[in-house]
Design a protein around this ligand. Sequence first.
Ligand SMILES: [Mg+2]
Length: 101
Amino acid sequence: MERKTISLPRLSGLTPTLESTMLKITEEVGELAQVIGKFRGLSGEREVMADAEVVRAIVSELLDVAQTATSMMFVIEDMYGIDMAEEMERHVDKLKAKGYL
Ligand SMILES: [Mg+2]
């Protein structure tokens, strides 16, 4: 099974909540959609970036989504005592059960 390991930091200077991280994930997903659609000329608007620039922007926004999801994981661990490492194994088990692995 091929895996991609993401290790992103807990941000300091912020006091994230479930709600604030949910809003931020939505915002970052919107930015990702904008790059994938608008800047590749798929939205019908005439605002097109060069391919290499778009790929870098896609990666940047995708990592913003991952960072925000990571922040929500820290919130969930802090608030509910959930062990995300265990949950990730449970997630993989779920994927296996669904036949995706
Ligand atoms: Mg962003």
